[in-house]
Design a protein around this ligand. Sequence first.
Ligand SMILES: Cc1cc2nc3c(=O)[nH]c(=O)nc-3n(C[C@H](O)[C@H](O)[C@H](O)COP(=O)(O)O)c2cc1C
Ligand code: SF4
Length: 431
Amino acid sequence: MQFPPSRFSDRIAAGPAGSPRWWFVGVIFGRFLYMAIFSDPIEVRGLRIKHRILMSAMTTSRAEEDGAPSAWSHAHYKARARGGAAICFTEATYVNQEGKGFPNQLSTHDDAHVPALGELIQAVEEAGAPLAVQIYHAGRTALSAITGMEPVGPSPVPHPTEDEVPREMSEADIKTAVKAYGDAARRVREAGGKILEIHGATWYLCQQFFSPASNRRTDGYGGTLENRMRFPLEVAQAVREGGGDEMVVSYRLGLLEPFENGFTVEDTLALAPALVEAGVDILHCSRNARVGLPVMPDLYNPAFDRLRKAVEVPLVANGAAFEPSRIQAYLDGGADFVGVGRALLTDPDYANKALSARDGEVIRCIECKPCAYMTNSKCPDDAYPSGMPESMGEILEIASTMAGGGYAPTAKKRLTTDAPIEEQPEGSSIS
Ligand SMILES: Cc1cc2nc3c(=O)[nH]c(=O)nc-3n(C[C@H](O)[C@H](O)[C@H](O)COP(=O)(O)O)c2cc1C
Ligand code: SF4
């Protein structure tokens, strides 16, 4: 559904030059339209999404050790639902043990977790937002120390920041992995989920197959663009089948890899409509901020623009919406939704504040960067000069009783939390 052209609101807000009275009227109307655009609902496959501000997926490492949601998971997602996010995307959940990338990661790999996942979905819905479960397989970025298994990937090419050389997946391995995504989607449906997201970005298994940098295969899953698209498309089909006709399926994709052998925007323009054909309803455009790559608006914005022209499904833009005005810029640029990450970590009430034009009250993420790994993080100490907000109360209370460290705003995460980690977190160099 098309929303009103927001540049019109800017024009109204600007008002006729030299007229203070008209300027004032313009500001009031402009502000009104600005909020109307934020709060305009969209319906996707029968699911009414109440406005445009979504909580982006963020790994927390605070689930139970076996992947079941913890009390902290409940408090964390409920706070953002109460705070007004139209959809809360979960952290990436692993579809099988081989694809687990972090300790205490939420999981969709086990039928035994369906009831607990269902309780989480219901609790977050009651707090105000559908919970969209993100599903993924870490591929070559999985660590054997976490999975107890050899990491696998399309080819025996290690991730730039990992030492382990993955085992090349056989065709049987590929079929098993595809089935695992489909089974994970089925579990989300059985748990009562209405929406899920396939994580096809930031160098996880789907992207590893899509990218010539990590896929050197010479069989039907590598080489030509058509072959590199095969794995993500089989995953999308399996997920549509497992999730059923009523499930809203989002696919998170990178737009391009700006390095030698990386996939190009032309590749993405071929993949995107094929994903839609395979049953994907929403495309969530990642900035692929990982392994220290700079995230360049001069690459992202033109690529996003081309994708906008190539597909008709709703697009989610993502990154650095620390101020609500940035959301407006994304909507102006053709996005239907904006995924908000770190700004919602520091302030669970960000969406409500943005929707009610209380931008000045947002507790701003100060972009200290080590968010994901919490080494030398400035959250909470520097990010909350006036103290922690009430909306963080339950989250902090539960976190204080937990043995393992997670991410913002407390303690640390990953395997050995004392060792410095060179790799930059996803989203770390967003501009
Ligand atoms: C702590 C942390 C964990 C993240 N984990 C995931 C994840 O599990 N799945 C995913 O798709 N993106 C993940 N991201 C990326 C975010 O969804 C988002 O795209 C990124 O942070 C940029 O948005 P922001 O500038 O609003 O934070 C993570 C980001 C952070 C900060
Ligand atoms: S740790 Fe830093 S980057 Fe992460 S949410 Fe807190 S202030 Fe923002």
